[in-house]
Design a binder for this molecule. Structure first.
Ligand SMILES: Cc1cc2nc3c(=O)[nH]c(=O)nc-3n(C[C@H](O)[C@H](O)[C@H](O)COP(=O)(O)OP(=O)(O)OC[C@H]3O[C@@H](n4cnc5c(N)ncnc54)[C@H](O)[C@@H]3O)c2cc1C
Length: 416
């Protein structure tokens, strides 16, 4: 291998023979056409081997940046290597916005979309739901454009990098908006009884955080356009200063709180672009379950908190709206996400991951594609009604398996 490349977390060293950074789409097409096996590396923020390859690893970071806002300001066309943090200033300057963002702006748009990355908000679809068109380079080096509503589109958007190289995406826009972020300390388990839908629906985006040292949630974060009423939030106290999602950590990298209004892109993520996001030394997992079973899921996690607490930095509960994208973790399901920021120790964390999956066994949980899970591939396949259609789409786009890797082979099952 020409150079040592790891993911952001450092738990994956990619096994590629060659690393390419094409400077144009034409150069990229040549790289793809020549490669026997290839994968694209986005910003490397996934925690498993989904981006790995034994062949050619292709970074699109060197492609010319595209931020073409349509004349009616309803969509923006972006290149396949751009990060949200690079895109949002252009949108802001034009008075437009994306409907939501993940907890951090550092991730590439194409990498986030292909794993159905999401923020929070009961009416907010994941970031892939903003995609109106997708432009791909197929295994033979030929370009393809798929628009919303066309056959295969709903399978291609959350495509796990399996259909080809995403060179551009067109995303839906909304008018720019302001958001205020409020943080409350110590939301008790009892406060959730009968109130969980109201708590999770109290803002445009709501997250609950616990380190499972007890059953009380350390923080509730509420992001909304209008001011919150003064005083406690379902018994939780307004925070007396800025907070980091991980209890006790300094809040320097967190976005502005205390209800100060600010632009959407400076409040919806928890973390600021100019700092290392989250803790910087971590692994992550997340499972999606049906929102109507949210309390059952939280209590199932409480039942294994002795296994979780020693290796978790924080567990975040958030919501995502249902969609129609075949491999979205939110496919036809109003969802609650159970996200874990673990310590950066795979061997210590894996037993806790397995304990969480066992606790959620009856809840039909769907693991986040880009994070750590131990669920076997057959079980994962069984959680997606359209999985067989997705496998057919992959075979049609990439018959020789150029974009396959060990992770995809395992997921798709049944050989090539
Ligand atoms: C600190 C931190 C916070 C996070 N917060 C959230 C969160 O709030 N919500 C959430 O849902 N997730 C979150 N994640 C997970 C992260 O959003 C996903 O793993 C996402 O896929 C990362 O995007 P990336 O560009 O780094 O993709 P990578 O990890 O580089 O790649 C992911 C997959 O996309 C493929 N890919 C990337 N670009 C292309 C392309 N142009 N064409 C074809 N395939 C491509 C890769 O081959 C790979 O299979 C977080 C991760 C970190 C490290």
């Amino acid at each position: 291998m020409s150079e040592r490349v790891t993911n952001w977390a450092g738990n994956i060293v990619f096994g590629a023979q060659r690393v390419h950074r094409p400077g144009s789409v034409a150069e990229l097409q040549e790289v793809v056409a020549r490669a026997a096996t290839a994968r694209v590396l986005g910003s490397g923020h996934s925690f498993n081997r989904m981006a790995d390859t034994a062949g050619d690893l292709i970074s699109l970071a060197g492609l010319p940046r595209i931020t073409e806002i349509s004349p009616d300001r309803r969509t923006v066309r972006v290149d396949g290597g751009i990060r949200y943090g690079d895109l949002v200033p252009h949108l802001d300057a034009a008075g437009v916005a994306l409907h939501n963002l993940a907890s951090l702006p550092h991730i590439s748009v194409a990498g986030a979309v292909t794993t159905a990355t999401h923020g929070s908000g009961e009416r907010n679809g994941n970031l892939a739901t903003a995609v109106a068109a997708i432009e791909l380079i197929r295994a033979d080096g030929e370009p393809v454009v798929l628009r919303r509503g066309e056959p295969g589109f709903a399978g291609a958007v959350v495509g796990l990098g399996a259909l080809g190289v995403v060179t551009a995406l067109t995303l839906d826009l909304v008018p720019a908006f302001e958001i205020r972020q409020y943080v409350y300390d110590d939301l008790t388990r009892d406060a959730l009884t009968g109130n969980l839908p109201a708590i999770l629906g109290a803002g445009y985006s709501v997250s609950l955080f616990t380190d499972w040292t007890g059953t009380t949630f350390n923080h509730a974060w509420v992001k909304r356009p209008d001011p919150m009423p003064e005083g406690p939030f379902f018994g939780a106290r307004p925070a007396d200063g800025p907070r980091h999602p991980v209890p006790g950590l300094p809040a320097d990298n967190s976005t502005q709180q205390a209800g100060v209004p600010g632009p959407w892109h400076a409040r919806l993520p928890h973390f600021r672009m100019e700092f290392t996001p989250s803790t910087g030394a971590e692994l992550q997992s997340e499972w999606m379950v049906s929102r109507e079973r949210a309390l059952e899921a939280i209590d199932a996690l409480a039942g294994v908190r002795e296994k979780i607490a020693p290796v978790v930095q924080v567990n975040e509960i958030r919501t995502v709206a249902a969609d129609d994208l075949w491999l979205s973790m939110n496919y036809r399901r109003e969802s609650v996400g159970l996200h874990f920021t673990w310590i950066a120790d795979t061997n210590a964390v894996l037993p806790a991951v397995a304990a969480v999956e066992e606790a959620l066994a009856l809840l039909d949980a769907r693991p986040h594609w880009g994070k750590v899970y131990t669920m076997d591939a057959a079980t994962v396949r069984g959680r997606y009604e359209r999985f067989a259609d997705f496998a057919e789409l992959v075979a049609a786009y990439d018959p020789a398996g150029k974009f396959r890797n060990a992770w995809l082979d395992d997921l798709l099952g049944g050989g090539r």
